[in-house]
Design a protein around this ligand. Structure first.
Ligand code: AP5
Ligand code: MG
Ligand code: ZN
Length: 217
């Protein structure tokens, strides 16, 4: 299964991608997570990416494409993958097509959530500083904020780019640069538009229905 999920900042791509990757046993490839782990590792690459991210700007296409090309060449992506947050410009979509070929994707999911709802989700988001696991002020880790469910880490914090200015900038860039991907993939009959409002488990079932998968429970 070769999938791509896109949608506004805070639409729940990461939340759903974790479930989808597990369900289909495919790697979850999130360009945002890849940049954030480079930032945590303190590399020069990470330092440069962080300047764009904190300002709510896109990292240049050539940089993102090079990183994704390398990631898709790894053996675990040979039999499928789930792309989250990439592509998010038309040049990135063209670049992806060059890497995976004309028939390189099985389904493209657009996760649709109104802007007011994503602003609320982003302002309440908290992430684990060690592993990146995502929470919300209304949905904390099982054992409380001091203990991440995934890694046991004690620092669950707000993302540096989840400030109001950067969020507004990211949403404006989304409309201009990323929203046109819907038409691009609709032309190839790949697009499935899924309502992202509601309980995350309900949204997950909608996505599985849209990709033609079956729920296991
Ligand atoms: P990236 O990390 O991809 O951020 P984003 O696109 O802004 O998306 P988010 O991660 O903010 O939102 P999400 O849809 O994953 O929502 P989540 O599941 O967390 O990119 C960050 C930056 O990196 C970019 O700004 C850019 O600088 C750079 N970058 C990355 N990729 C790039 C590319 N391809 N090209 C150029 N630059 C790139 O959910 C949000 C919150 O809502 C959470 O708190 C969650 O718990 C909650 N929630 C989720 N689902 C629900 C639900 N159904 N109901 C209620 N709450 C929910
Ligand atoms: Mg995300
Ligand atoms: Zn963690």
């Amino acid at each position: 299964m070769r999938l791509l999920i896109f949608g506004k900042q805070g639409a729940g791509k990461g939340t759903q991608a974790v479930r989808l990757a597990e369900h289909f046993s495919i790697p979850h490839i999130s360009t945002g997570d890849m940049f954030r782990s480079a930032v945590r590792e303190g590399t020069e690459f990470g330092r440069r990416a962080k300047e764009f991210m904190d300002a709510g700007e896109l990292v240049p296409d050539s940089v993102v494409l090079g990183m994704v090309r390398e990631r898709l060449a790894r053996p675990d992506a040979e039999h499928g993958f789930l792309l989250d947050g990439f592509p998010r410009t038309l040049p990135q979509a063209h670049g992806l097509r060059e890497v995976v070929g004309e028939d390189g994707l099985d389904r493209v999911i657009e996760l649709a959530v109104p802007t007011e709802a994503v602003v609320e989700r982003i302002s309440g988001r908290r992430v684990c500083a060690d592993c990146g696991a995502t929470y919300h002020v209304t949905a904390p880790p099982r054992q409380g904020w001091g203990h991440c469910d995934q890694c046991g880490g004690s620092q669950v914090v707000q993302r540096d780019d989840d400030n109001e200015l950067a969020v507004r900038r990211r949403l404006a860039i989304y409309e201009r640069e990323t929203a046109p991907l819907a038409d691009y993939y609709a032309d190839g009959n790949l697009l499935a538009r899924v309502d992202g409002v509601g309980d995350p488990d309900e949204v997950f079932v909608r996505i599985l229905t849209a990709v033609g998968g079956r729920t296991s429970s």
